[in-house]
Design a protein around this ligand. Sequence first.
Ligand code: F6R
Length: 615
Amino acid sequence: MCGIIGYVGNKQAYPVLINGLYRLEYRGYDSAGVAIMNEEENELFLYKSQGKVSQLDAKITGKKTAGTIGIAHTRWATHGEPNDINAHPHSSQSGDLVIIHNGIIENYIPLKKELIGRGYSFKSDTDTEVLIQLIEDIQLNENLDLFEAVRSALNQVIGAYAILVFSRSNPDTLIAARKSSPLVIGKKMGEYFIASDPTPIVEYTKDVVYLNDEEIAIIKRNQDLRIKTIRNKDKTPYFEKLEMSLSALEKGGYDHFMLKEIFEQPHSVSNCMRGRLDPRKGSISLGGISDYLQKMTNADRILIIACGTSWHAGLVGEYLFEDLARIPVEVEYASEFRYRNPVISENDIVIVISQSGETADSLAAIKLAKSKGATIIGICNVVGSSISRASHAGSYTHAGPEIGVASTKAFTAQVTILTMMALLIGRKKGTITRSKYFQYIHELNQIPKKIKHVLKSNDDIWKIAENYKNTRNFLYLGRGYNFPVALEGALKLKEISYIHAEGYPAAEMKHGPIALIDEEMPVVVIATNKGTYEKVITNIMEVKARKGKIIAIITKGDETVKELADYYIEIPETEEFLVPLLATIPLQLLSYHMAILRGCNVDQPRNLAKSVTVE
Ligand code: F6R
């Protein structure tokens, strides 16, 4: 939530900053701003605009932008409505200091009152402006340099922050700090690039340092990077090499990132299995969890914690671990778990799933579970992210950067990791026989090919979307492994097309939602299950008896449901526990086409942001 970027070096800052904002826009897009210092003319250029980065870009066209140090921000509003005034950067009272911020300063109200009492006035409704005024107040009263003033201010604030600050009077230095919101610093010769994530940095350098919580970086042009903690302890910067290609950040000929990411799934699922699944030997190895595999195998229960789409992947995980490894699983919303006083013990395995690895609620849940002695296994997509670093062990999904705000390829990669974990543990525990293990591994290895096959239905799915584009409500039904698929299908539709949709376990329909069904109501039924196939057919009949319309996801060649359905999409036959990896794909495409046909911005749906770093 909110993207921040800064530059200090020997080249012009503006192109780095504006390109960086475009790359970071998926993190928030209700307003944007940029501040650049022109040392020669001793002039600060500060531009802000409500709306998208393109609006800011257009506003700046033809205006002065020369300068080699600057900061820029794209916002997802928390405090104060999205308008020009509340957009970042914010300046201090004297105009000497400027700041951008991602996070929330929770105690900003008492701090603001105190500052008003001392004669400060505020232009915006933001918590961020309070922080920059506080830094200036400390600097002036205590005659401190900028680093010391920032450090002192951060010791007074409660909340989450990733900040970048600089001073007009010392335009060689950027001060960066983080707590609970991510920040990464890239270095190339004498110049530095600082951002919320590596996507705006990778085109300039692959050498990066991830700041840790409560660390402050002093970033000076042509000098070594210095890092200290907010308690003033020196830290040695640890540079890592980014493994990210620039092409992964481009649309690559597709109209939207979401479509590109849906079509990347044969590749992203393969990538997730590469070097881990060996169908010839019939083996799975997950290096990242090898030290904890025995503990996972012996676990009395597993807790899976996540939010949104990752939570749906966790629900598939529940079915997988219970079915294949016979371990009881509880799946928790991170936001509920963290405030519920949950019962956790040292024997518990807690699997935390997160695409971004930065979700604030999931991070807080980790802290809570860790404090009770549980073992944390992270499943993250973003390498080096906070959740991956806060976990004891884990597996990256290796799906590549996911830019579309609606999660697609991250979901299938998360389910692939969970499948490999459940198979591995099941085999180790003896709940899967050697021959079944071979058979399952072979079939998992076929999934990327089968996803490719499902993607061929794209045109047919467009026709279904065309027919239902003006519908106001949708119901999604599935049983067993396909219940989480129904939930995920409904979430995808509502978040990008703004159509109300609900996912339900198919048999639960008769306990309430059946009242909604009439000739206006399309019902998407995932009717592939072997175990409960006849029961799902009964559910379809119940919908039809009330004139509801059936869009069915069926196993290839299933003539029975074909005849019952108004529309159907076929997916190839596979093992029941692997069906979510195929059945989710047509539902992603259905929501994509519905949203496009309704004129929605699929990559940046309203009110959403990719990385939810506030609670
Ligand atoms: C939906 C979506 C969100 C995220 C959720 C968790 O398409 O993207 O529901 O799944 O915000 O995010 P991560 O996985 O980054 O923790």
